[in-house]
Design a binder for this molecule. Structure first.
Ligand SMILES: Nc1nc2c(c(=O)[nH]1)N=C([C@H](O)[C@H](O)COP(=O)(O)OP(=O)(O)OP(=O)(O)O)CN2
Length: 165
């Protein structure tokens, strides 16, 4: 039977600061505010013959690069069922519940997510990690995003479930 190992990557440097608001319903949202988000990962991979599963430095570099991409931006969800986002010159014009908000495009990331929540960030980053890890011998990945100590959302991928689907 194949031996698997689980690697945990939870580095203090794996963080990004972002501004956002969570949308709760068609008429309810948070005020604009920011968090220092932190990103951690669990990777399950087969043990190699020399007692080495996957080089965690490879995954550390990928997580750091993803954090740097998101760092110091206003994050807007492109796929919210409750708000629309339009490009308007050098701004994004956002309409929510009769309100109009404008954000400088150069300060803003429009991400392919439905809400700026920790769980949506986790799914987005997991997708990016899977793209970057295509073809590598990995059995499972879990990616977690915390908006502060004690509160995080995670997204998981498993080779077994992928094979069944
Ligand atoms: N399922 C989710 N629920 C909420 C999320 C989320 O990402 N997923 N996010 C928020 C808020 O944006 C915020 O992140 C949490 O706000 P809150 O816990 O009220 O405030 P703090 O982060 O300052 O935490 P304290 O416990 O008050 O210190 C809400 N819900």
């Amino acid at each position: 039977m194949e031996r698997l190992a689980t690697l945990y990557i939870d580095k203090e440097s794996h963080k990004f600061s972002a501004a956002h608001y969570t949308i709760f319903s068609a008429s309810e949202r948070e005020r604009l505010h920011g968090h220092n988000y932190s990103v951690s990962a669990m990777i399950v991979a087969p043990m190699g013959e020399n007692g080495f599963a996957a080089d965690y430095n490879v995954y550390k570099r990928r997580i750091k690069a993803l954090c740097d991409e998101l760092d110091e931006y206003m994050v807007l969800p492109a796929h919210s069922p409750y708000q629309t986002v339009e490009e308007d010159g050098d701004h994004y014009r956002v309409s929510f519940n009769g309100e109009e908000m404008r954000f400088l495009s150069c300060d803003t990331l429009l991400l392919p997510i439905s809400n700026a929540t920790v769980e949506e960030f986790a799914h987005y980053l997991l997708g990016r990690m899977l793209e970057a890890s295509a073809g590598e011998a990995i059995a499972e990945i879990q990616l977690c995003v915390a908006s502060g100590p004690g509160q995080k959302g995670c997204a998981s991928w498993s080779m077994m479930e992928d094979a069944i689907a």
